[in-house]
Design a protein around this ligand. Sequence first.
Ligand code: MGP
Length: 210
Amino acid sequence: MSEELATQTEALSLENKETILTTKEDFTAKHPLNNKWTLWYTKPQVNKSENWHDLLKPVITFSSVEEFWGIYNSIPPANQLPMKSDYHLFKEGIKPEWEDEQNAKGGKWQYSFGNRREINATINDLWLRGLLSIIGETIEDDEDEVNGIVLNIRKQVIKIGIWTKDCDETKLKTVGERLKKVLKLAEEQRVEFTSHDASNDKNAKPQIVL
Ligand code: MGP
């Protein structure tokens, strides 16, 4: 063993009072996120009298990396959610609804995974990658364009969408390009941006396709 390696090993020794392993505070410290985030859940409709707003409920708000993992490890993974349910993770204070004034002028970048059997095996990883890109804010630079991320579980498809504040094409392209990477999409797999204005119109065409 080299002298240098021997010194390093000694420093890690449990018998050494000065070892890094005795500073318990390092292990219990909370690492704050840049923003506070709220997880929302939309439960499947069981009777026709329940409207969109009745089905959507906030679950919990968190502000540190450690709280995120605690919550993530306690909730059902994406591939165990029931049909017609959604997860939404939005900045605190923004409701995951078109009507919220912070969403009203924006839209969503979305990808629809079509092969249900195939996607069931990979969706947990892809959704986690999406969540981390949102709370770590790596999905954009300093534009502050992104309000949240949504997962829709449907019979034929699973969709992941990033909701934005505006529809400014130059700012949005970065987000769309990064979403493709986060979701591990191939070049020919297209993400589509649609404004919330157009979301109610089933025939509306996406404004940007990447
Ligand atoms: P959806 O779940 O976003 O789309 O909206 P999807 O998956 O194409 O629809 P599905 O029919 O396959 O489930 C479905 C419906 O929920 C919309 O047509 C609206 O009636 C309602 N809805 C969805 N969102 C995101 C909103 C919203 O933000 N506000 C209101 N008022 N209704 C919404």
